[in-house]
Ligand binder design. Structure first.
Ligand code: ACO
Length: 402
């Protein structure tokens, strides 16, 4: 409804592109997506190969430093991370202030924001040494913060990290273990969570990564920028979709399991209902991450001994949608989060916690983009333009005349 002539001022031409559907804000070497062909590569490596052969820690190194590490580089990186997993005791007390039923995402973003107060050296975003230590601190401490948010929500005592363990193992133990009790590590669970983290590790200029870049473009430090990214991820159209999918599947099951009726409701746009976990701004064919997850979902769910009724509903939903013109015409396919919620649930995580797991996976991507941007001489402060459609000039009316 906007008159195009309004876009043209005498001095400049402004492009109106709500949601940045066609506008690139930067150039980047980190992640390649071909949405039509269903291709995703990190630093040139196909996601399928990384999912099969790599590990989350190695992928984190790859995204941040640009190359796969050799053994010595990987060992040094892992050992540096394991030396920074502890939270400052004062930061630990921070958790006491939140209500017991607090959603873990704002707890996570608040604690990350607070890191700037504990590590004031982080306020020098162009000092390479400080950026490096902030990177390691974030990678090391976010799993501890996430585990503490979980422990707080279930009213259990916090567990200090055990730095003889790897990043994913440590996180699982701090989350599900108890003090003074050995934690029985399940290698299937470790591998499954590691794989999910790899699949979430980067996705070029998505909403949260763009947020990290936009905030960082003002030369805000790494912690402030990542904290903003976590808040962007919280929304149900982005990272919050993994929780929303599970709520949707449970809703369908609890109202009798009629998948066809639910799909009709989506098509008729009743109550604004969407098929959560479907659709993607870039993938208009199939999300390659969803394809990998679907292949492993049966296997993982079988081994973790989960209740299959929700997986059945998910599969029926996918079948219905893929055979339905509404979804075919709009090129709506399952995205990465259509099946992840079921896996997280089988692992024992509460629904509210799913988006935290997404944040843990996406962290190396956010860091890589922030660092790339800060080192790019082409970077300018992010400052979109607008097309003003409000009132033209009018005279102020005094209160008695309104
Ligand atoms: N269910 C039903 N209809 C949908 C869905 C859906 N999940 N997604 C898109 N559509 C419809 C839209 O209503 C629109 O129809 P119309 O042209 O008749 O009006 C058409 O498909 C195009 O959709 P847009 O909203 O223009 O697509 P956009 O690229 O803006 O949105 C998004 C992408 C936000 C992912 C959207 O598909 C959606 O809301 N999906 C559900 C939430 C979700 O799963 N988010 C996770 C995304 S992946 C991630 O962050 C990991």
């Amino acid at each position: 409804g906007i008159n195009v002539s309004k876009l043209l001022s005498t001095t400049e031409l402004v492009t109106l592109d709500p949601g940045f559907v066609n506008t690139a804000a930067c150039s980047s070497e980190i992640c390649y997506i071909d949405g039509d062909a269903g291709i995703l590569r990190y630093r040139g490596y196909p996601i399928e190969q990384l999912a099969e052969k790599s590990s989350f820690i190695e992928v984190s190194y790859l995204l941040i430093y640009g190359e796969l590490p050799n053994q010595a580089q990987l060992d040094e990186f892992a050992s540096k991370i394991s030396r920074h997993t502890l939270l400052h005791e004062d930061l630990k007390r921070f958790f006491d202030g939140f209500p017991r039923d607090a959603h873990p995402m704002p707890v996570l973003s608040s604690a990350v924001s607070a890191l700037s107060t504990f590590y004031q050296d982080s306020l020098l975003p162009f000092d390479q040494e400080q950026v490096e230590i902030s990177t390691i601190r974030l990678l090391a401490k976010l799993p501890t913060i996430a585990a503490y948010a979980y422990k707080k929500s279930v009213g259990q005592p916090f567990l200090y990290p055990d730095n003889s363990l790897g990043l994913v193992e440590n996180f699982l133990r701090m989350t599900f273990g108890f003090p003074a009790e050995p934690y029985a590590m399940d290698p299937d669970l470790v591998r499954a969570l590691d794989l999910l983290f790899i699949l979430h590790a980067d996705h070029e200029q998505n909403c949260s990564t763009s947020t990290v870049r936009l905030v960082g473009s003002s030369e805000a430090n790494l912690f402030a920028s990542i904290s903003a990214g976590i808040n962007a991820l919280f929304g149900p159209l982005h990272g919050g979709a993994n929780s929303a999918v599970l709520d949707m599947l449970e809703g369908i099951r609890n109202s009798g399991g009629d998948v066809g009726a639910f799909v009709r409701k989506v098509k008729n746009r009743e109550d604004g209902v969407k098929l959560m976990g479907f659709g993607h701004r870039v993938y208009k064919n199939y999300d390659p991450r969803a394809a990998i997850i679907k292949k492993t979902a049966d296997d993982i769910l079988g081994r973790l001994g989960s209740d299959d009724s929700l997986l059945d509903i998910a599969k029926q939903l996918e079948e219905h949608a893929l055979a339905d013109d509404y979804f075919v015409e709009r090129k709506l396919y399952p995205n990465v989060d259509f099946y992840t919620g079921l896996i997280y649930r089988a692992m024992g995580f509460p629904t509210k916690f799913f988006t935290v797991l997404f944040a843990l996976g996406r962290l190396p991507g956010w860091i890589a983009h922030w660092r790339e941007m800060m080192n790019d001489p082409a970077t300018k402060i992010g400052r979109p333009r607008q097309v003003y459609i409000g009132a033209t000039e009018r005279d102020y009316l005094s209160l008695d005349k309104r």
